[in-house]
Design a protein around this ligand. Structure first.
Ligand SMILES: Cc1cc2nc3c(=O)[nH]c(=O)nc-3n(C[C@H](O)[C@H](O)[C@H](O)COP(=O)(O)OP(=O)(O)OC[C@H]3O[C@@H](n4cnc5c(N)ncnc54)[C@H](O)[C@@H]3O)c2cc1C
Length: 425
């Protein structure tokens, strides 16, 4: 049997890897970040069951790490692919962590002593991390990474506090990029999505109003491992957010930006509003929506429960702008579509459901792999073979194909694994 290559270690890539590995196929899972897990690791709970996201993701991440048929290549990129279906040769570039993975115990002593603080990407910049860091507490592998752009020693040749602190002698500033060649029969692309940047839409006040945040920032506020330890506090003054406005379709279904529907926002905003009430029974939420798209199994019932039991109000509307009011309260100006009248509402916190867009690097990866992207920039697949890309032997799963929820991404991971398996026997 030949090996298989999976690119992207989010839930879609994890599922594809586990399925291939369970068929007895050797899998190389290449992930760009220092850990697998993808966006799901950043979520607090998941609709429609309100399961704790990390609690259902972590066992799968651990299964990946422990599976004898899976080799993880984290902090790495695929830089070339040659050959044909059934006989590809891939080049992988592993970036230096400056930490020896085989020695690091993940104890975190180096993190405590590191003097440099930088914005923490995992927490969407809402708190800081150190220049040596673990991407998130449940990261796999549980090893530290040194951020070369902010490490004082790598930038200025002085410091080495981490070297002095590390009892395991794991710090290795001599590490360099490592090129690995892999012979694989098939490839699964599962590189996920990015977000529309709301700074381009100044009418929504994202940078102007301290209490206007994005939906993923809100997920981090809800999360017990996040910057507010799960307390729903306003960024401007740390006061509890009691009245919250959720703005749908920010950048989606808009001829000036993304024409497509982002598929998950109606449901993730409903979930976020329900969770606000679970955190604080006095919290009231208003969802400003275009038209409601909740087509999955159990979704309508979830929305009905949100309205009935959790003080969630759905306002069919078009939001024109969000202005900063007194006490940093966002004022939402909107057209009420039911009455065709302009209206406004003052809230404690406004949450923007920004559209899910293709990663900007997808075009470059597609060029490397010799596959096509669609007119939006997502990986192009065949409508009658939905996980097949335009090149035989290369398959795609999850949000690199377009916006999907977690169950759909998992189904596609399994589908891509099943299709890929035919090329490795
Ligand atoms: C605010 C918000 C809340 C949500 N809540 C829910 C919910 O409650 N329930 C639900 O079902 N869905 C929810 N979703 C949707 C969910 O996030 C996605 O369905 C899921 O993350 C898709 O998984 P994926 O593996 O396709 O992509 P991702 O999670 O994006 O993972 C892709 C992985 O690929 C890696 N990668 C990218 N480029 C490369 C490269 N070139 N080489 C190697 N690796 C690469 C990335 O670093 C990442 O680890 C929510 C989305 C948002 C925005």
């Amino acid at each position: 049997m030949k090996d298989a290559l999976v690119i992207g270690g989010g839930i879609a890539g994890i599922q594809a890897s586990l399925d291939l590995a369970d068929m007895g196929i050797q899998v190389h899972l290449v992930e760009r970040l220092p850990t697998i897990g993808g966006r799901m690791a950043q979520l607090d709970k998941t609709f429609p069951t309100n399961d704790c996201s990390t609690c259902i993701l972590s066992p799968k991440m651990n299964d990946c790490a422990r599976h004898s048929n899976i080799t993880l290549h984290t902090y790495a990129d695929v830089t070339a692919l040659e050959g044909l279906a059934g006989g590809f040769r891939a080049a992988v570039l592993k970036h230096p962590r400056y930490v020896d993975e085989s020695r690091c115990t993940g104890c975190g002593e180096c993190v405590l002593k590191c003097p440099t603080r930088v914005a923490d990407d995992f927490n969407m910049g809402l708190q800081e991390r150190k220049a040596i860091y673990l991407y998130f507490p449940q990261a796999i592998p549980q090893v530290m990474t040194i951020d070369p752009d902010h490490c004082i020693y790598l930038q200025r040749g002085k410091c080495r506090v981490c070297v002095k602190t590390c009892q395991a002698e794991a710090i290795d500033f001599e590490q360099t990029e490592q090129r690995i060649e892999l012979d694989v029969g098939a490839v699964v692309v599962a590189t996920g999505y990015d977000f529309f940047d709301p700074r381009g839409l100044t009418q929504f006040g994202y940078e102007q109003c301290a209490n206007v945040i994005t939906a993923l920032e809100y997920e981090r506020l809800l999360s017990a491992s996040g910057p507010t330890e799960g307390n729903l506090l306003r960024p401007s003054d740390g006061r509890p957010a009691k009245r919250i406005g959720f703005i749908q379709c920010v950048g989606s279904r808009d001829v000036r930006h993304q024409l497509f529907c982002s598929a998950v926002c109606c449901m993730h905003s409903s979930k976020q509003a329900v969770l606000a009430a679970e955190h604080d029974p006095e919290a009231e939420s208003y969802i400003f929506y275009t038209d409601f798209r909740a087509s999955g199994k159990g979704f309508r019932e979830y929305v009905a429960r949100a309205e009935r039991d959790y003080s969630v109000h759905y306002v069919r509307s078009r939001v024109a702008r969000i202005a900063q009011g007194e006490n940093d309260n966002p004022i939402i100006h909107y057209e009420d579509v039911e009455t065709s009248r302009p209206a406004r509402m003052t809230v404690d916190l406004a949450v923007l459901a920004t559209s899910l867009i293709p990663r900007p690097e997808t075009a470059e990866l597609a060029r490397v792999l010799g596959i096509e992207v669609d007119s939006y920039g997502f990986v192009k697949t065949n409508p009658l073979a939905p996980v097949d890309t335009t090149r035989p032997g290369i398959f795609a799963a999850g949000c690199c194909r377009g916006p999907f929820d977690i169950p759909d991404s998992v189904v596609q991971g399994s589908a891509a694994a099943a299709r890929a398996a035919r090329f490795v026997e």
